[in-house]
Design a protein around this ligand. Structure first.
Ligand code: SF4
Length: 351
């Protein structure tokens, strides 16, 4: 495999609060290949947006290192201008990221002028080109954000991100605020642009249904950690972490081939009160099942037993089958069943 575009090792970002320390990102290793879409999924508060901001260089990690082919980690943590140009973001709600008093032409021109990529004389025609590239008529260049629909504003947000010719786009829930039909158009546009420009994407979403149509590989995050990482085909056909199974069961596409026994139970995760051992153990259905036959188990919350190893020992993210990583002590118990019942999964959206 070629040298990854982005490499992150041991990234940690904690936020002290009055209630305690929020362990938003708690030791994440990640690689994104050139031209690849890496989906990053998990519930609200799992740390995926903080991880996105670390990768953008908007916030500095407490520990860990990142490198973007050729840029050293020190420059990354300092948020160097060169790094910022190579990695851009598309927000969930472009309306909030656009100044309502500035025309969209000015908004797209701004990064071009800041990074000295265009002269004032030439910038307008470059903006017009970018508008065309994202499917907007260049004649709208002098309009203001409130004059556009949600989908059109997202196209403006994408044009603004593309203006500085980045190599990696962090797409932070880019379609979750849009109607389903508009979502499909934006997903299609992103796929088209990726092909044309050899872009890499970090596609952050709480929606596994959307990620399935965009990603090459998927990383599943829970309470600041990656708990499963695999190709999109492998992850959807044979998830080998109980949390991923529960997320997949929550996707609103009933599939009789998928067992529905795994469900998310218990309280939503609290990044201040991270459980001991495996941080998923208070909600884990597999742990309940394994505890019935485990040599040593422990009662938690007066109703549930879990294996002692789940309660005491944090599982490392390990390769269960080639290219498929899981942070579960009992991942192998899920694999044969899943592979036997594997449904056919479509690949990335065709353009
Ligand atoms: Fe569940 Fe134990 Fe696996 Fe954690 S290590 S996911 S608690 S079975």
């Amino acid at each position: 495999m070629n040298q990854p575009l982005l490499t992150a090792n041991g990234l940690i970002k904690h936020f002290p609060t009055r209630g305690g320390v929020v362990r938003a990102v708690d030791g994440v290793d990640l690689e994104i290949q050139q031209g690849e879409t890496l989906g990053l999924v998990g519930e609200s508060g799992c740390g995926k947006s903080t991880l996105g901001r670390l990768i953008l260089g908007l916030i500095a990690p407490d520990a860990g290192q990142m490198a973007l082919q050729g840029d050293n980690p020190a420059s990354v943590s300092n948020g160097a201008a060169h790094f910022r140009r190579r990695v851009q973001i598309v927000f969930q709600d472009p309306y909030r990221s656009l100044n309502p008093r500035r025309s969209i032409g000015d908004a797209i021109a701004e990064p071009l002028l800041i990074h000295h990529l265009e002269t004032k004389k030439m910038v307008r025609s470059r903006v017009a080109q970018l508008l065309q590239e994202v499917g907007l008529d260049p004649s709208v260049i002098d309009r203001y954000p409130h004059q556009f629909s949600g989908g059109q504003r997202q196209r403006v947000g994408i044009a603004r991100a593309l203006a500085v010719q980045p190599e990696l786009l962090v797409l932070d829930e880019p379609v979750s605020a849009l109607d389903v039909s508009v979502q499909a158009q934006i997903v299609h546009l992103l796929a088209q642009l990726q092909q044309q420009r050899s872009l890499s994407y970090l596609f952050i979403s709480h929606n596994l249904g959307v990620v399935r149509h965009m990603a090459d590989r998927v990383a599943v995050m829970y309470l600041g950690k990656i708990v499963e990482l695999a190709s999109v085909r492998e992850l959807y056909a044979a998830p080998c972490h109980p949390y991923t199974r529960a997320l997949l069961d929550a996707v609103p596409e009933p599939d009789p081939a998928q067992p529905l026994e795994a469900q998310l139970r218990g309280d939503a995760p609290d990044p201040i009160a991270v459980p001991s051992g495996c941080r998923f153990h208070p909600r884990c259905q597999l742990a309940r099942r394994v505890a019935q036959e485990a040599e040593e188990s422990i009662e938690i919350g007066n109703v549930q037993r879990v294996p002692l190893v789940c309660h005491n020992q944090e599982p490392a993210l390990r390769e269960v089958v080639p290219g498929h990583f899981s942070a579960c002590h009992f991942a192998e118990q899920l694999m044969p069943l899943q592979h036997a019942a594997a449904p056919t999964i479509e690949g990335k959206v065709a353009v």
